[in-house]
Design a protein around this ligand. Structure first.
Ligand code: NIG
Ligand code: FE
Length: 389
């Protein structure tokens, strides 16, 4: 197998405290050796073993490829008009999802798949090497199963979100829709997904409905995650903890009891600052969660309604500026945090044996991701050992 080394990195983030300094395991003047699809060696450049190829990365820094644990990429159409209206003062409401449901149902398989590929390529160029994506804009048995099949053409981290909102076809019978989501739709979707998710929110699903949906999914072998406490206070976060969800996502409106529950659990609090940015909403308080001892991840929530960004660097900059995270905390959350939110140990770190996913920055340190917002600093991306950007 071919070996490649990145040498003379001004700084390297390993996310392994045993390899370097602090929680990010930082190494100065570092080298990384890739063998096939794995990391083979990490350490000071002066001690790097000989390799077939070498890239001199003087003046640059590297970090694990970003792990984006929350996106909604199987969709048709866009919502430019809704965004314009919102920026003129109209509030964001869960009901906007219906616009995308209509456009998604009308799209062909080829259009949907090309759309997913387009946004994944965009994310890859910005350093994201692992991505989760969801269904949730089909809301019929056939359209949800189709969305998951298409998602599975592009990633292994596929989430069944038949419970995004009550389907417009069941507007007068929400209980009937929950029966569909936990019955025939689950039967059709479970073979194509790893995760089950529910939007637990006013205007979507209440705590009892969300419990029934996640429990049914668990019984079929799907692992739970939850959209919780995005637009208002509610039962989502505590339900996620109770059901051992890998992640409770959004966490914008939290009581002290919610923060305590997260801090005393293995459920990651995944914060999605692109959503607050694009809906002009209150920022989640990352500082409060971190100070309480909760594990925090950052993701894009890329979707055409509430957060139409695929950029993890943008989310890091927002988290540092507006959610009171330090640059180190934000970079950890966008890499190792995302991996934990997907219960993965092979990604989100640059250590021997990990998948060779490396993002190279044209900057001397990862801090520049927040210090130089909006600047395209990503100058190289390796995924499974292959240079893809
Ligand atoms: O995570 N909260 C629910 N789902 C998405 C929004 C989807 C949409 O508006 O189309 C979210 O923000
Ligand atoms: Fe979402």
């Amino acid at each position: 197998m071919t070996t490649t080394a990145l040498t003379h990195l001004t700084q390297l983030v390993t996310n392994d405290p045993s390899l370097g300094e602090g929680p990010l395991g930082l190494i100065q003047d570092a080298a990384v050796v890739i063998d096939g699809d794995r990391i083979a060696w990490v350490g000071p450049s002066s001690k790097a073993p000989a390799t077939d190829n070498a890239v001199d990365a003087s003046g640059r820094s590297a970090l694990p490829g970003f792990v984006d644990s929350h996106s909604h990429l199987v969709f048709g159409g866009d919502r430019t008009e809704e965004f314009n209206a919102r920026m003129s003062g109209r509030p964001y409401e869960a009901g906007g999802i219906r616009t995308t449901v209509a456009a998604t149902r009308a799209a062909t398989d080829e259009q949907l798949s090309a759309n997913v590929a387009h946004y994944l390529a965009e994310a890859l160029r910005q350093g994201t090497t692992t991505f989760e994506t969801k269904s949730g804009y089909g809301l019929t048995v056939e359209d949800e199963a189709r969305a998951l099949r298409i998602a599975g053409e592009h990633t292994d981290e596929v989430t069944y979100l038949g419970a995004h909102i009550v389907s417009p076809d069941y507007a007068d019978d929400p209980a009937g829709y929950v029966d569909l989501v936990t019955g025939p739709m689950l039967d059709a979707c479970a073979p194509h997904a790893r995760w089950i998710d529910v939007f637990c929110e006013k205007g979507a699903f209440d705590g009892d409905q969300a419990r029934a949906i996640l429990t049914a999914g668990k019984q079929r072998g799907l692992l739970p995650r939850i959209h919780a406490n995005q637009l208002s206070y509610g039962p989502g976060v505590q339900l996620g903890v109770e059901l051992d969800a890998a992640s409770a996502d959004h966490c914008t409106h939290l009581t002290d009891a919610d923060v305590d529950a997260l801090a005393n659990s293995t459920t990651v609090a995944t914060l999605l600052p692109g959503a607050e940015f694009s809906t002009r909403a209150t920022w989640p308080d990352a500082r409060r969660l971190l100070d309480a001892g909760a594990t925090v991840a950052l993701s894009t929530d890329c979707n055409p309604g509430s957060s139409f960004t695929s950029s993890m660097p943008f989310c890091i900059a927002l988290a540092v500026r507006d959610m009171r995270m330090t640059p180190d905390e934000a970079v950890w959350a966008a890499t190792a945090g995302g991996a934990q939110a997907l219960r993965r140990t092979d990604v989100g770190r640059i250590t021997p044996g990990a998948r060779a996913d490396v993002t190279l920055l044209d900057a001397p340190s990862h801090v520049h991701l927040a210090y130089r917002p909006g600047v395209p600093l990503v100058s190289g991306v390796w995924r499974k050992g292959v240079r893809v950007a």
